[in-house]
Design a protein around this ligand. Structure first.
Ligand code: PMP
Length: 315
């Protein structure tokens, strides 16, 4: 299989994309990244990129928040991704990882001003990251979510994902599927790489932006869909763990996680361990939309079509 990546303004095969050992980002996790899905539709023989412009907006905000130089090719991210998919001729769903990192060859500087940055994009075939069909078991992590007063989680900085890795490792080691972070002051924050929602008395609730979360693009999508399609409002506020444990339904959202039902948190089963009705409805709607099967929400998609074996961008 071809495996092209985008690196230093060029498309090269992955075995040619190396960084120097003195690269600043390798030492200090100085950078930020995104995660975008390309959904393959075998009927239309197209790849649908989901909310790619919103991902670009978030990446640009990350550069601002962290005070890092924005590489000039970042502006062309959607076009570069289309070209990259074309070079790799994927006919499966893919996960696309754009990363901007401090590529300056120095590890003796902490002043981030005027350090050069590089955009790289790599891809991997991916159907589902979590068990969307049967749901997942969460473990309340003994690691707390990195506070935004130390590093802003909403910038999606590379270095902060050590926090994710520690929590995820702990959860997996103890037989769970994923970790649930609390904030430093004990409120519910998010999964290790997902936002969390719960349903109680026909109202959806999700931790607010002051709960040290990443403002997820899937989170925003779910809030909009629940209101427009199911007449369910979402309240964004501080959430106590005890509320989550007594919820009627709980689910995770994320580009990787999509909409994943939560059937257990620590020892407590949610909805008797059954996947809830609302979660099922939202999931069905979401999968239709991302695969280009719902015309109303085509505004969120960039269609990359195949023509005689070649793929090209439509519209
Ligand atoms: N929180 C964290 C920490 C994440 O890494 C992710 C994945 N990007 C999310 C939430 C979900 O965000 P999105 O829906 O934009 O993928």
């Amino acid at each position: 299989m071809k495996n092209f990546v985008y690196f230093n303004n060029k498309f090269v095969t992955k075995n040619k994309a190396y960084v120097n050992i003195d690269t600043h980002a390798l030492h200090y996790g100085t950078g930020f990244f995104g995660g975008i899905r390309g959904y393959w539709n075998a009927n239309t023989k197209s790849m649908f990129l989901f909310r790619v412009k919103d991902h670009l907006k978030r990446l640009k905000n990350s550069a601002k928040l962290l005070g890092l130089e924005q590489p000039s090719d970042l502006n062309n991210l959607p076009e570069i991704i289309v070209k990259l998919l074309k070079k790799n001729s994927y006919k499966t769903s893919v996960y696309i990882r754009p990363i901007v990192f401090v590529s300056e060859l120095t590890y003796l500087k902490f002043d981030l001003r005027n350090l050069s940055t590089t955009l790289a994009i790599t891809t991997v075939p991916l159907e589902h990251y979590l068990n969307v069909k049967n749901g997942v078991k969460l473990m309340v992590s003994s690691w707390r979510r990195q506070s935004s007063s130390a590093i802003p989680p909403r910038a999606k900085p590379t270095g902060i994902y050590l926090n994710t890795a520690l929590a995820n490792t702990e959860a997996k080691t103890k037989g769970f599927d994923e970790a649930l972070f609390l904030t430093q002051d004990g409120y519910v924050s998010e999964g290790s790489a997902e936002n969390i929602f719960f349903l109680k008395n026909n109202k959806l609730v999700t931790p607010d932006l002051d709960s040290d979360i990443l403002e997820g693009i899937t989170r925003r999508t779910v809030v909009e869909l629940a209101k427009a399609e199911l007449c369910i409002e979402t309240v964004e506020r501080k959430v106590k763990l005890s509320e989550l444990l007594c919820a009627d339904e709980v689910f995770l959202t994320g580009t990787g996680a999509e909409i994943t039902p939560v059937i257990q948190i620590d020892k407590k089963k949610i909805n008797k361990g059954e996947i809830g009705e609302l979660t099922t409805k939202l999931q069905k709607l979401y999968f239709e939309i991302v695969h280009g099967k719902n015309n109303k929400y085509k505004k969120w998609l960039t269609e990359v079509k195949t023509k005689g074996g070649e793929i090209y961008e439509k519209g």
